[in-house]
Design a protein around this ligand. Structure first.
Ligand code: PEP
Ligand code: MG
Length: 884
């Protein structure tokens, strides 16, 4: 028999809830073990490891050798500790069987409570507790949960019968049903079970246990768990642990109950216990949003001693973990039991506040605070909110479950949300309550509105994790799912009507309310300031206008990494002059048109230099394929013919001649300047003259002139010489020295392979990873959208290489280019200015040794944080390495 340990009894000594043990036991198992070690009241139990789960899948759903025996041996220990036995006809032990993986996946996997009940143990439970109502209530819960979770019966079949019973009796809550009602329900549920599964409800508690363990294992690859992991980038090979634990009962009357809570407010981060409680209920009722929970003060009133104990424990837990905890607990006849502790999910705003407060409280240091913030969460804080100057009246008020604001058309199912979103429509998903099956629709919607459930309901937790606006528990809403409408008082809202949600206040508003971008708060800037203290890589912005440059500075840019000069040619009269230039068939004609453009370019550059005073500005010379500028209509062509004083026919013929079959690989970038040098000459003149002009006013311009799309160093050499010649002449004329550099883009695969030939010639280079991806993959960046999503879905590509750097191919080539260049020029300035600025790509850029990253101004906060985390991780690894 295998000696491998697949089952750990809670508090087994070694199970201390950290590092490897968390991987092995899953978050829930590790937390429970840890709470036992801290001597908190935890019902006895054991954890089947994630390794057992993985082996189960690897061996065609067979338990690993010895696992079941270990389960039985540990069950004995639980029985001994609880003084009750599973299936015992006099003193039965009941069990909960719950999942728990390394990363919390709220509600995505399966749970079975009250396991061990059958007709015999039901009687014993009644006799033991003297509470037949409780025993029957527990039994009907088991049949429902076991039926739906383990056997796959639609839960609604049971719920409908329960609802019908409540309606018949004229009562609102399940707790208002009496013993006779429950007895009828149990019988009806057994019939449903048999009808739906073709089998009787299993009497043997050990068989129940085995089936429940299998169901939890199987739920690891359930649809909703897989979707959740895909959405959250969680690996599929981690497996889930299974926690088997003695039941304690929150449904034993008025002095029993169940609750969930966060040690700090997960929406705002305020240091205040944020919990909800349900009297006479089991945990599933809170999480599923079946009943709307009460404020935790109700617990204080009903069971003050248990509340005091909870207060002591949650404070200790937070100090122990040095982080905000998400806890679950149950009170059985006045006695508190802890059922879970884990690091709590929080909004971006709360994450910042908690991290900063914990530094002030001395619990963590600044580095830890910076590491704690998920860079994607920073983006939440840049989400829109309702214009504070706009006056509106709300239709209804729910709970402010996840902050921000959202406007969209109402839909009533997750599928409809996904369908509408795929057509580019903004929708608000309205549900009585959400369940894990709705996850795809929640992701697709702009906001989520539910009629039932509290601040810790599924909708609230998931929406906060997604950084999505959510109003939950809006009880005024009367949803008629079939009719696809809801009404509040005399107002009816139908599918397709527009509503606005205010997730910060919980308001639901009819129609479209104007939204504004949020100001960044003090906490936002504090974390970024700390991040800047640790990061090694520079941060620049891609910016084409003075307004972009100002935004770039606001978001922390240390320079501009890319000015795409062609964007300046589209405005007003410029496009006309530019068209004249490209349609001229001789140099003289081109020079005449370029003369018109020169003063415009010069003033553009001067304005950007003024904003960026003292910071480098990388200006890329003209790059895009010319067809982007060509006139599309005869009317436009006629006007140009008139301007140039040539015939329409001649212009039309020239226009046709300029047509290219594959413009992206055609006459563009430096190739234009090799054939028509006067274009770049004008641009260089404009740059250096602008720098001289602002220098006279005390502004320090630091231009970096960048030549795009080179494939061979000779292209660079020719254009570099031209640049220096023109710049030197202008410097001389103005008697001013401009600290300019000349460099190039590495965006053609050949240039990357030959970067070591370019490095000695160029002052810097910047990877254009948009074109580099295009040329290395051989796929058109303008057309790949048709099939790339399919490739991602099929797992052929892990990520869209235009969104996140393809490390294996494009990344490897970048590394090769950098390494070969640094051998020649150790401190060469190297950047990246493609669109890939996600945290993963930023970390990779740091790893391969880029000097800076550059991207859209609005993405810079995320990049600053990601860069700091990359440095800290690298240093952490080095330190661990040197200690080993
Ligand atoms: C690139 O190719 O990555 C780049 C930054 O240039 P553009 O997107 O303008 O081609
Ligand atoms: Mg490019």
């Amino acid at each position: 028999m295998s000696k491998k340990k697949y089952v750990y009894y809670f508090g087994d000594g070694k199970a201390d809830g950290t590092g490897k043990m968390k991987d092995l036991l899953g978050g829930k198992g590790a937390g429970l073990a840890n709470m036992v070690n801290l001597k908190f009241p935890v019902p006895s139990g054991f954890t089947i490891t994630t390794e057992a789960c993985n082996t189960y899948f690897a061996s065609k759903k067979k338990y690993p050798g010895g696992m079941w025996d270990q389960v039985l041996a540990n069950l004995k220990k639980v029985e001994k500790s609880m003084g009750a036995k599973l299936g015992d006809p006099k003193n039965p032990l009941l069990l909960s069987v719950r999942s728990g993986s390394k990363f919390s996946m709220p509600g995505m996997m399966d749970t079975v409570l009250n396991l061990g009940l059958n007709d015999t143990t039901l009687k014993a439970l009644t006799a033991k507790t003297g509470n037949e109502r409780f025993a029957l209530d527990t039994y009907r819960r088991l049949i429902t949960m076991f039926g739906s979770t383990v056997m796959g019966v639609d839960r609604m079949v049971f719920e409908k019968v329960l609802e019908a019973m409540k309606k018949k009796k004229g009562v609102e809550e399940d707790t208002d049903l009496n013993v006779d009602d429950l007895r009828v329900l149990v019988d009806k549920f057994k019939v449903i079970y048999r009808k739906e599964t073709g089998k009787s409800f299993p009497k043997d508690p050990l068989q129940q246990l085995k089936l429940a363990i299998n169901a939890v294992f199987d739920s690891w690859f359930g649809d909703r768990a897989v979707t959740y992991r895909n959405l959250n980038n969680i690996a599929h090979d981690l497996g889930t642990g299974v926690n088997v634990q003695a039941m304690v009962f929150g449904n034993m009357g008025e002095n029993s109950g169940t609750g969930v809570g966060f040690t700090r407010d997960p929406s705002t981060g305020k240091k205040k216990f944020f919990a909800e409680y349900l009297i006479d209920a089991q945990g599933e009722d809170v999480v599923a949003g079946i009943r709307t929970p009460l404020h935790i003060n109700e617990m204080k009133k009903k069971v003050p001693k248990a509340y005091k104990e909870l207060d002591r424990i949650y404070n200790k837990l937070e100090k122990h973990y040095k982080d905000m905890q998400d806890i679950e607990f149950t009170v059985q006849e006045g006695k508190l039991y802890m059922l879970q502790t884990r690091v709590g999910k929080r909004t971006g705003a709360a994450a910042l506040k908690i991290a900063i407060d914990m530094v002030k409280e001395g619990l963590i240091d600044k580095k830890e605070a910076v590491m704690r913030i998920d860079p994607d969460q920073l983006e939440q804080l840049m989400h829109p909110r309702i214009d504070p100057n706009f006056k509106y009246s709300a239709l209804a008020q729910g709970l402010p479950a996840s902050p921000g604001a959202a406007v969209g058309k109402v839909v009533f199912s997750a599928q409809d949300a996904e369908k509408a979103a795929s057509k580019g429509e903004d929708v608000i998903l309205v549900r009585p309550e959400t369940s894990p099956e709705d996850i795809g629709g929640m992701d697709a919607a702009q906001g989520i509105l539910t009629a039932r459930g509290g601040m810790t309901s599924h909708a609230a937790v998931v929406a906060r994790g997604m950084g999505k606006c959510c109003v939950a528990g809006c009880t005024a809403l009367n949803i008629e799912e079939k009719k696809k409408s809801f009404w509040v008082g005399s107002t009816t809202v139908k599918e397709g009507d527009t509503i606005t949600l205010n997730g910060t206040t919980g308001e639901v508003i009819i129609g479209t309310v104007p939204l504004v971008q949020p100001e960044m708060t003090g906490n936002f800037n504090t974390i970024l300031k700390w991040a800047d203290e640790f990061r090694e890589m520079g941060i620049r912005a891609n910016a084409d206008t003075p307004a972009d440059a100002r935004a770039a500075l606001k978001f922390g840019a240390e320079g501009i990494g890319l000015v795409r000069t062609e964007h300046m040619f589209f405005e007003g009269d410029r496009i006309k002059a530019f068209r004249e230039m490209i349609l001229s068939d001789d140099e003289a004609g081109r020079r005449k048109a370029l003369k018109k453009i020169l003063p415009m370019q010069r003033s553009d550059f001067a304005a950007i230099f003024k904003v960026m005073n003292g910071k480098p500005v990388t200006i890329r010379l003209l790059d895009p394929p010319l067809h982007e500028f060509l006139p599309k209509t005869d009317a436009e062509l006629r006007e140009i013919a008139r301007e140039l004083g040539v015939s329409f026919k001649k212009i039309k013929a020239r226009n046709t001649a300029l047509h290219e079959f594959n413009p992206m690989l055609g006459h563009r970038g430096c190739r234009l300047a090799i054939t028509y040098p006067e274009i770049y000459e004008m641009q260089v003149q404009a740059i250096i003259e602008a720098a001289c002009q602002v220098a006279k006013k005390g502004v320090k311009a630091i231009p970096e002139i960048m030549i795009p799309l080179i494939a061979d160093v000779k292209e660079f050499t020719i254009l570099n010489e031209m640049t220096v010649r023109i710049a030197t002449a202008i410097e001389k004329k103005n008697k001013i020295k401009i600290p300019y550099d000349v460099g190039t883009m590495i965006e053609i695969a050949r240039a990357a392979f030959l970067a070591h030939e370019i490095a000695p010639e160029a002052d810097f280079y910047s990877f254009g990873t948009n074109d580099l991806t295009q040329t290395l993959f051989g796929l058109s960046r303008d057309d790949a959208g048709r099939f790339l999503p399919y490739y991602i879905e099929q797992g052929i590509f892990e990520v869209d290489p235009f969104i996140s750097i393809d490390k294996k191919g494009v990344g490897a080539l970048m590394r090769l280019a950098i390494d070969s260049s640094r051998k020649i020029k150790k401190n060469m300035k190297m950047g990246i200015c493609g669109e890939q600025l996600d945290p993963d790509s930023v970390e990779f850029c740091d790893e391969i040794g880029l000097t800076y990253v550059s991207g859209s101004p609005y993405r810079l906060p995320v990049a600053r944080l990601a860069a700091a985390q990359a440095t800290l991780k690298k240093k952490g690894k080095k330190k661990a390495g040197s200690m080993a």
